[in-house]
Write a protein that binds this ligand. Structure first.
Ligand code: NAI
Ligand code: PYR
Ligand code: K
Ligand code: MN
Length: 349
């Protein structure tokens, strides 16, 4: 029996509610499978930790995390207590970069039993490959002067290595999907980064003659997500474009509370980190009404990454069965609690 050592960072807000629920589901599916188990190690890192220690995680936090097989994280951020750029850069983004989780995979598909806010949605099944290590998320820039002369400069960083890596990963995924990759660009507004992005895309696609491609500006692409999401298979996007597009992906499924994500170290040199698309949702935290499906589906992505596809399928089937039976949280039109949804998903495994 294989034991996976998983570092758990529930983080802030609803992270502390949805993570334990997902762990119960993962433990049960492991028991039903019989071939593997999880050993969970909990780290109390987050905004409360920051208020006590002056840092979001200990200085040797990354070294500690390297000893685990994978990381399971909820969400980071409590803007009323700690400014978001401090909390996210001190924990979430620090781990993504420090452990070279350079790819963020975020699926969005029409789930059985869930009503999309789109009026007559055709069946859509999209995988967004988001570059996760650079781009518009950068700490290069500065602020100076004050008053009417105040200036803020935020640079975006696009390296050939990381751009190409994200694109190649998208093409590889497309081979096992429907052989189509769309590139999200904005080379009509950004004069250096996105023309470069387009050039690299044109070069990379030459290596994949069997894959069809399209290029859309991100503004149009966002509109197409609403008007014709069925037109897409795999999408490759920069860090910020992918971030925005995948909240929209969650929304057209029914709620950002169900959207899963995986921060992958595709070289498998360091642990990958599995955390849903949504944040800490301070507006509903502590009420027991958060939707646990995003976190649970994220657990399915971890199972898949570990090679347990049958167990992963079992989790997604149980989610869909639960939705079809009408057991839903408020964000997707139901009146069930987090605990009720979790219990139903466990039953349906
Ligand atoms: N990966 C991460 O850890 C992320 C952290 N954040 C942080 O989270 C905090 C709140 O950010 P927001 O912009 O409000 O985004 P958010 O994703 O936390 O919430 C946006 C809206 O969606 C709802 N929502 C989110 N997850 C839900 C769930 N599982 N069930 C039901 N409803 C859900 C919330 O109630 C809220 O109305 C901030 O500190 C932000 O920086 C935001 C996004 C990602
Ligand atoms: C911070 C955030 O919203 C994300 O990385 O998805
Ligand atoms: K998250
Ligand atoms: Mn986001």
């Amino acid at each position: 029996m294989h034991t996976y050592k998983i570092a758990v960072i529930s983080g802030d807000g609803i992270g502390t509610e949805v993570v334990p629920a997902a762990i119960e589901v993962l433990d049960k599916v492991a028991r039903l499978d019989g071939g593997f188990q999880f050993q969970w190690t909990y780290f109390p890192w987050g905004c409360d930790y920051y208020l006590e220690h002056g840092e979001m995680m200990p200085e040797d936090g990354l070294e500690t995390l390297k000893q685990f097989d994978q990381i399971f994280l909820g969400a980071v951020g409590m803007p009323e207590l700690v400014p978001d750029h401090i909390s996210l850069w001190g924990l979430l983004i620090k781990i993504r970069r420090g452990l070279k989780q350079s790819i963020n995979v975020r699926p969005a598909k029409l789930l059985a039993g869930l009503e999309s806010p789109l009026k007559n949605p055709e069946n859509f099944d999209i995988t967004v490959v988001r570059e996760n290590s650079e781009g518009e998320y950068s700490d290069s820039g500065g602020r100076m002067h004050s008053g009417a002369d105040e200036i803020a400069i935020q640079n975006a960083v696009f390296t050939r290595k990381s751009t190409e890596r994200a694109m190649r990963y998208a093409f590889e995924i497309a081979k096992n999907s429907r052989n189509h990759v769309t590139s999200a660009t904005k080379s009509n507004g950004l004069t250096y980064s996105m023309p470069f992005w387009d050039e690299v895309f044109n070069e990379v696609k030459e290596d994949y003659p069997e894959i069809d491609t399209a290029v859309n500006h991100i503004d149009a692409l966002a509109a197409f997500f609403v008007m014709k999401p069925q037109a897409f298979d795999v999408i490759v996007a920069s860090n910020l474009f992918g971030d925005i597009l995948t909240d929209l992906g969650g929304a057209i499924m029914g709620s950002i509370g169900i959207a899963p994500a995986a921060n992958l170290n595709i070289e498998r040199e360091y642990p990958s980190m599995f955390e849903p698309v949504h944040g800490s949702a301070p507006d509903i935290a502590g009420k027991g009404i958060a939707n646990p499906i995003g976190q649970i589906w994220t657990g399915k992505m971890m199972l898949d990454f570990l090679g347990h596809h049958e167990a992963g399928t079992r989790v997604l089937d149980a989610i869909e069965k639960t939705l079809a039976s009408g057991i839903k949280t408020g964000d997707i039109g139901g009146s069930s609690t987090l605990a009720e949804v979790k219990e139903a998903i466990k039953q349906n495994l």
